[in-house]
Design a binder for this molecule. Structure first.
Ligand SMILES: Cc1cc2nc3c(=O)[nH]c(=O)nc-3n(C[C@H](O)[C@H](O)[C@H](O)COP(=O)(O)O)c2cc1C
Length: 151
């Protein structure tokens, strides 16, 4: 069994994190074959949109422009193609959860895009991590994904 991840990365942090997650999955799978492998699919602005045939978890960083959270809203920038991809045909039905990343310096906006995707696509917000994440984040999030596919 494997877990599919669709991710978007602008400056490379999310890509680095999901690759660490994939390496961790491979080592866990070697120890116990029932532990799932991780399959990665990067979505970027050149991606050819296609109908997804099997469930996936979306990993998205947050890039917002403007908005003060009080009397005006925030505007998603950079990552919009991933949201459009999930909206494409029936892909939203295959999205079984969202993992967010960001920078805690952004306070209440921390990981907001992932939270907004979870609400919009009606799936759980599974976890968050900062920037490239730590080894502890890798292990925690692998465990969360494992539980998700066991259900
Ligand atoms: C212009 C800009 C805006 C950002 N806005 C937010 C934000 O609103 N909330 C947040 O948590 N992180 C914010 N970040 C931090 C990024 O989400 C963080 O650096 C993330 O790890 C980038 O992932 P990537 O390298 O895969 O693109 C912002 C970064 C930049 C450069």
């Amino acid at each position: 069994m494997s877990i599919r991840i669709l991710f978007f990365s602008v400056s490379g942090n999310t890509r680095a994190f999901v690759k660490k997650l994939q390496a961790h999955g491979a080592s866990q799978h070697l120890l116990t074959p029932a532990n799932p492998l991780i399959e990665l699919k990067e979505i970027n602005d050149q991606s050819h949109f296609e109908a997804e045939m099997s469930p996936f978890v979306a990993f998205v960083p947050t890039y917002l422009d403007g908005g003060n959270g009080v009397d005006n809203g925030t505007n998603e920038i950079m990552t919009n193609t991933l949201g459009e991809y999930i909206e494409y045909q029936d892909n939203r039905r295959k999205c079984i959860g969202v993992v967010g990343s960001g920078n805690k310096n952004f306070n209440w906006q921390y990981c907001l895009t992932a939270k907004q995707y979870a609400e919009k696509f009606d799936c759980p917000f599974l976890a968050d991590y900062e920037l490239r994440g730590t080894q502890a984040d890798v292990e925690t999030i692998y465990g969360i994904l494992q539980d998700l596919v066991k259900k």
